[in-house]
Design a protein around this ligand. Sequence first.
Ligand SMILES: N[C@@H](CCC(=O)N[C@@H](CS)C(=O)NCC(=O)O)C(=O)O
Length: 207
Amino acid sequence: MIKLIYFDFNFWRVDILRLSLSYAKIPYHYERIIRSNWAKEKKKFPFGQLPVIEIDGKMFAHTHSLARYCAVQSGLYAEDKSRALVIDQVIDWANEITLRIAPSIREKNIEKSSMLRKKFIKNELHTWFRYLENLFDSNSKDKIYFIQKFSIADITAWRVIHWFTSGQLDQIPLEFINKYPILERFYNKISNLKSFNQLKEFKEIVN
Ligand SMILES: N[C@@H](CCC(=O)N[C@@H](CS)C(=O)NCC(=O)O)C(=O)O
């Protein structure tokens, strides 16, 4: 059985993996590592980071690689090469925006963290949401999915938009998404998709 390994909190990097597997009813085991044990656990993992997937006792890492693996297993990737490229760009977008907001999350000093967040909002947030909206708009034919059918691209974009609109991120008002009406519609449609929103992982993430 596939084993997913991540920390003891929900985050898009692992959530897109478990949502994909669960969507296709592929069983998996989920091992959550307690954050405070990380210093001694870190060296066990191939790149010293999580998420990691273990298959037949062998470990694999890096979100994009793992997402593609889970999506292929789950029928949520694309055979067509240019559609696959659209999917890959959404996963890379998620990585890029995460790397840009990360310094303001990691900073322990409250004033410095608040300054970094302001900088992120001013210089990066809108630019990167506009990029995603353009990517969706220029590729989605039906204005429901990124590529003509439900895929890991939709799961990833939905999960990251959920993160940014869930009120967990200081200074980012929930309504900022109103500036991106196409993305907002996309997000609502995916949230209302029965085959997706009935998954136990979906319910756990939104509650
Ligand atoms: N390149 C990795 C980055 C993963 C990453 O940054 N993971 C963070 C948690 S979200 C982590 O493991 N942090 C602990 C550390 O780097 O020691 C990927 O694509 O998955």
